[in-house]
Design a protein around this ligand. Sequence first.
Ligand code: GLA
Length: 386
Amino acid sequence: MGLEHAAAMQTEITDQRIEGTRVFRAPGRVNLVGEHTDYNEGFVMPAAINFATTVTVAPRADRRLSVFSENCEEAIEFDLDDPKLRAASHWSDYVKGVAVVLEQSDHRLRGANLRIHGEVPIGSGLSSSAALEVSTAFALLANSGHCVAPVDVAKLCQRAENEFVGMRCGIMDQFISCCGQADRALMLDCRSLDYRVLPVPTDVRLVISNTMVKHELASSQYNVRRAECEAGVHHFAQSRPGVRALRDVTETELERARVDLSEVIYRRCRHIVSENARVLEAAEALESGDLDSFGQRMNESHRSLRDDYEVSCKELDLMVELAGHVDGVYGSRMTGGGFGGCTISIVEAERVKDFERTVARGYEEETGLKPEIYVCRAAAGAGEVT
Ligand code: GLA
């Protein structure tokens, strides 16, 4: 379908007189601490942010999905009964993947016209893909008269990304996009999916600094890290069959096994084991309002991701270092998968202007790149826009 048809669809779908037109939004996220722990069945502490993807949906009489992306100014159309739907390294993979997985899980869908508008910066590690998946899932489900619990929507969207798109992500991004709460972070146990709601103090801001780089390595190395963690689990499970994931390994066990593990696998495991402990400590700190201790856990997390897990890069390290020199910054670290993207800093509200000036100037001087800095608040999870 060409752009002409897309433009026609735009009029159609934004026309509120069309019976059944509805709008759904799903937010991106920032992870405060607990990186690469989700697929190790461990702990994470994300917050949904006030950047979201919006999907406007209108029913059709047939079984086709006609999808227009405002960001890409591009339209695609496919049939829900087409058995040959495959990922093609295109933005529409997320939409197709969600549709395919929903149908496979017995949620028969009606045809629809979808119009997508994304405000989560793409490829910056703030989960623009989860926001697209979740907003699409909410829209398609509602358009077809299905009512599915947000946690189950998160699981279905993760499955779409794992099985259709081919990215072996954990559950964190989809979960927080579905279940986030305004002014709160969640400490999520990625094994049980139980979570603790944590207050984000009102006198600090979640400041996200975008390095504006995304290194090629990001997705290939993500899957390599997963395989390295699995190698670690395999080792520990041999001596203790109760070990299902690195979540089950204690620090003492890890140190005892050091001589038997390769240096790389040992360091990967050390990141996961220590990061899980940091999330638990950070949750205590946030609950008791101890932001200094919280910030220290963030700084330690960054060092561990840089040195043990090796998923940082010089731009992220520089951003964190620059943030560390600004007064009123409690802590700073890379957030998301790594190899570029963003850092998260917890900053006293009245120091934010100073932060923006100093960090932006320092980063540009060193790299020649103009960073984008987003002063965010923790937002609610996905839902209908009324
Ligand atoms: C990406 C994945 C998440 C998580 C993070 C790292 O954002 O989608 O599941 O693994 O990386 O913490």
